[in-house]
Design a protein around this ligand. Sequence first.
Ligand code: ADP
Ligand code: MG
Length: 153
Amino acid sequence: MSVAKTGAGENIKEVVTHSPEETLAFGRELAKSLERPSLILLRGDLGSGKTTLTKGIVAGLGAAREEDVTSPSFTLLHEYGAELKVYHADLYRIEDSRELGTLGFDDLWTQNAIVIVEWGEKLWDNAPAPQVVIQMEYISSEERRIRVERVSE
Ligand code: ADP
Ligand code: MG
């Protein structure tokens, strides 16, 4: 697995993984560079690997084991960790910002936590300025493109 910087900006990383294990490993590696607090917005179609990447990030942060991180597609929000809190949300089923308000997201931003949001584009303007946006793309059954973009401090 190689990480190449593109010409688009010095903080852009792009990688193609060739198995779920490589995506997990990429997530574990990424975890090392995350500041606290951090908001990570994951974008990409169903099956593009957002939850798989999250497992790697949460494990890399030492907040839970990979196998204990499950998709919050029905429960919407999962919490991991003790001293360092990691929140994992999936907004696929959220239809508008009013519905989002019932989730209690506002409390999360005030904690010194790592917040990972699948379908992060559905936060609309309810979030502080995004810190890290990750775009995931299905290439073939075992290949995914992962593009990491740091947006703002
Ligand atoms: P999402 O959360 O974006 O819907 P998931 O992580 O739940 O995606 O699902 C990705 C699926 O694709 C999993 O079944 C995983 O095993 C499979 N897969 C195959 N190759 C890869 C890869 N390179 N990276 C991530 N997932 C992969
Ligand atoms: Mg998912």
